[in-house]
Design a protein around this ligand. Structure first.
Ligand SMILES: *[C@@H]1O[C@H](CO)[C@@H](O)[C@H](O)[C@H]1NC(C)=O
Ligand SMILES: *[C@@H]1O[C@H](CO)[C@@H](O)[C@H](O)[C@H]1NC(C)=O
Ligand SMILES: CC(=O)N[C@H]1CO[C@H](CO)[C@@H](O)[C@@H]1O
Length: 460
């Protein structure tokens, strides 16, 4: 029905750009829209469409009571605060690039309401600490106050570059974004662990477990680190050289059973990230008396067989398949162009979302009529507090969207709105949504009959 409507509009617009009133009249004759139908109401006289439309999005004449998405970056449009006849231009200073990245903040859907705190941060706005052959930047509760349960660090190590031997109060979960990396760790029974990882692999080091990272291959590596406390700081880890530099040399001598003067040349402050020598194979690097850890601290997430949904691929990794990862679980989603991560919520943890590829629109529902819509793109971080309803929509009809949903929990859990409604007595659903229209009730109930979770839905 709507498609016919759009085509008619288009044809009409091309044939003869008639004044709006006559246009509406012609159209009503054609489609015999009953008086009192919402299309007939004065403030909704413009086409109900995303595109094509006789007035482009963000222009004063544009009407879209259904709040369709607009991909302002992909379509190169400049968002302006015009909505269904309200709003006006911006006269003051502007940051046009940021406006283009946030079409749903400049012109929020009409369904948004209330004073929800900010749920978006971009790593592009994080301070970068630059070191020899590498860098690091973080998104913690200091950058994004709603990032309470988890903190994230984005780190790059060039070939042979080492993130030095260290440990910290928080557990560390990681996802390799690019390149190759060698990880080493020690368990509480003296078991050693070494592994080489590539893009899409994970590691997890429980709180306090000492470890190191080193970039391999021509360009080393880049990864996302997740810590199970939003207050974490990458500046406050326990580092080997820092500890030794702040211990009396007489004590070092006693501890290692070697003369104090042998420590004259050790670093006087932390090395943190520095150029190391290229490692040999894991076999060649094993220290004497090597005892292999019984724990596997790594997992190849992308070797997991994905769940195939109607609109994309889902891989879920929690402690049921990666047992050591007791405090962090994650889902990796590939959302096809135009597809939708369905309306859902997570009962057991806040969601910390990392946007790997593409552009998205997300509306977070916070009860009491409060909802706010945010836009995200590759390199951004989003928060959805636990139990808050939300969806993730691929803003682009051309590019795929790739995201990681990360949780401070041993288990991945979500509730699907469609599944819930499909498994509730139909009479209840009809009473709630369509009390006055049994015909529409039947149509809707047919749609949700026996609904299963379909985490990513294709386009209709
Ligand atoms: C390493 O980076 C250079 C420059 O960006 C690029 O040309 C080359 O293909 C990269 N090599 C690998 C193995 O990714
Ligand atoms: C850890 O488990 C993965 C399977 O996910 C396996 O491929 C890998 O070889 C194991 N690594 C070690 C060091 O045991
Ligand atoms: C809600 C919404 O705007 N969905 C759109 C997703 O993208 C497809 C095209 O790929 C549109 O048809 C949908 O309307």
């Amino acid at each position: 029905m709507q498609l016919i409507w759009w085509n008619l509009l288009l044809l009409h617009a091309w044939a003869a750009p008639a004044p709006d009133a006559r246009f509406q009249h012609d159209l009503q004759q054609l489609l015999r829209i009953p008086a009192g139908h919402p299309f007939n109401q004065p403030d909704l006289q413009q086409p109900i469409s995303q595109e094509p439309t006789s007035h482009p999005p963000f222009s004063p004449g544009h009407r879209d009571p259904y709040d369709h998405k607009v991909d302002s970056v992909g379509d190169d449009r400049q968002p302006l605060p015009f909505r269904n006849g309200d709003g006006t231009t911006v006269m003051g200073p502007r940051n046009r690039d940021r406006e283009r990245q946030n079409p749903d903040l400049v012109r929020p859907p009409s369904t948004d309401h209330g004073s929800m705190p900010n749920m978006r941060w971009s790593f592009a706005d994080s301070h970068i600490r630059i070191e020899e052959g590498g860098w690091t930047r973080q998104t913690t509760i200091r950058e994004l106050p709603t990032s309470r349960e988890l903190a994230g660090v984005n780190m790059r190590l060039d070939q042979g570059v080492i993130r030095e031997l260290h440990w910290h109060t928080e557990a560390e979960w990681a996802y390799v974004l690019a390149g190759k990396v060698r990880v080493t760790a020690l368990d509480t029974e003296g078991g050693s662990f070494m592994d080489d990882l590539e893009a899409g692999d994970l590691w997890y080091f429980p709180a306090g477990h000492p470890h190191s990272l080193q970039g391999l291959g021509e360009n080393g590596t880049e990864f996302l680190l997740i810590f199970d406390n939003g207050h974490f700081s990458e500046e406050s880890t326990f580092i080997l050289t820092d500890w030794m530099a702040h211990t009396p040399k007489a004590v070092l001598a006693e501890n290692f059973r070697i003369a104090a003067s042998k420590f004259d040349k050790i670093p006087t402050s932390e090395k943190y990230i520095f150029q190391g020598t290229n490692p040999g194979s894991i076999e060649d690097e094993k220290p004497r008396g090597f005892k292999k850890s019984k724990i596997n601290f790594t997992h190849h997430m992308h070797s997991q067989k994905p769940l195939e949904t109607s609109g994309g691929l889902v891989r879920i990794t929690d402690s049921t398949i990666f047992p050591i990862s007791k405090t962090v679980s994650a889902a990796h989603l590939e959302i096809a162009p135009g597809a939708l991560r369905e309306m859902h919520w997570h009962p057991n943890a806040d969601e910390w979302t990392y946007f790997k590829k593409g552009r998205a629109r997300v509306t977070i529902f916070a009860a009491e009529g409060n909802a706010r819509t945010f836009n995200y793109m590759a390199g951004d971080v989003g928060i959805v507090p636990r139990n808050h309803g939300h969806y993730v929509e691929n803003l682009s009809d051309e590019e795929p969207l790739e995201i990681l949903e990360i949780f401070r929990s041993d288990a991945f859990q979500d509730f699907s709105l469609a599944q819930w409604l499909g498994r509730t007595p139909p009479r209840m659903i009809a009473d709630h949504l369509y009390a006055s229209d049994p015909e529409l009730a039947r149509e809707f109930l047919k749609k949700i009959e026996g609904a299963e979770k379909d985490p990513i839905k294709d386009t209709i």
